[in-house]
Design a protein around this ligand. Structure first.
Ligand code: ADP
Length: 201
C-alpha cells in the first residue's frame, strides 16, 4: 500500500520489481487489497490508492446490503383468525410478529407479541375474538420492498420502534406480503459483515 500510495498509478509488475518478488506471488495480495477497497485497479493503467479508511469502506459495504438477501419467510394469518389461533401460530412458527391478510391476500395488519398479550389480559373469549379487532391496521403499517437497502429498513425499525416489517410487492389492488425483515435478520447481516472482515485480515 505504501508503494502504491507513493507511486500510483503503478502496474503490478512494477510493484513486484520494487519488492523483488514475482508478479504471481504478489497477485493474491493485490486481489485482497483491491477487493477490500483499499486499492483500485484500472486495466492498462495500474493500481492506485483509493484513500478510503477502514470505516469508510465498511460504510460502503453496509450501504450495498439489500433486503432480498437477508429477508425471511413471512408468517401470515387471515384477519378472521382468532386471537387464540394467532397465539398458537406464534409458538408453532417461532416468530415474534404475524402479518394479517384479507380475503384478497393483501396486507391488512400486523400483530406483535404485545398486541396478543394485551388482548389476553382482557376479559374477552380469545377463541372467538378475531385478530382484526386488535391488530395494527393499514394504512398505518411500516413496510419495505425487497430492493430496499437494509440500512434504511434498520433506521425505520428504530424510528417507529418496531421489531419487524413485511416485505411487500405493490399491486393495483393492494400489497402482497412476500417476506419478513426483522431485527434478527439485521443482526445476522451485522455478524456476516464482521466475519467477512476477519477473512480479509
Ligand atoms: P412488541 O409489541 O412485541 O414489542 P413491536 O415493537 O414490533 O413488538 O410492536 C409494537 C407495536 O407496533 C404493536 O402494537 C404492533 O402491532 C405495531 N407494529 C409492529 N410492526 C409494525 C409495522 N411493521 N408497522 C406498523 N405497526 C407495527
Amino acid at each position: 500500500m505504501e508503494i502504491v500510495k507513493e507511486n500510483g498509478p503503478i502496474t503490478g509488475e512494477h510493484i513486484a520489481d520494487k519488492l523483488n518478488l514475482t508478479r504471481a506471488t504478489l497477485r493474491p495480495d493485490l486481489a485482497i487489497l483491491t477487493m477490500a477497497g483499499y486499492l483500485d485497479a484500472r486495466p492498462r493503467v495500474g493500481y492506485f490508492y483509493t484513500g478510503k479508511t477502514g470505516i469508510q469502506l465498511l460504510a460502503d459495504k453496509l450501504k450495498k446490503l439489500v433486503v432480498k438477501d437477508y429477508q425471511s419467510m413471512p408468517v401470515v394469518v387471515h384477519e378472521n383468525v382468532s386471537v387464540y389461533d394467532a397465539i398458537v401460530t406464534i409458538f408453532l412458527e417461532d416468530v415474534g410478529t404475524l402479518f394479517v391478510t384479507d380475503d384478497n391476500h393483501h396486507l391488512a395488519g400486523v400483530l406483535s407479541r404485545k398486541d396478543l398479550l394485551r388482548a389476553s389480559l382482557g376479559k374477552q373469549e380469545l377463541s372467538t375474538l378475531p385478530v382484526n379487532i386488535i391488530m395494527t391496521r393499514m394504512p398505518n403499517i411500516t413496510m419495505c420492498k425487497k430492493e430496499d437497502l437494509l440500512i434504511d429498513v434498520a433506521k425505520k425499525l428504530i424510528d417507529v420502534q418496531i421489531d419487524a416489517v413485511p416485505v411487500v410487492k405493490e399491486t393495483d389492488s393492494g400489497y402482497e406480503v412476500i417476506g419478513r425483515l426483522t431485527k434478527t435478520n439485521i443482526t445476522k447481516a451485522f455478524v456476516a459483515l464482521g466475519d467477512q472482515g476477519e477473512k480479509l485480515t
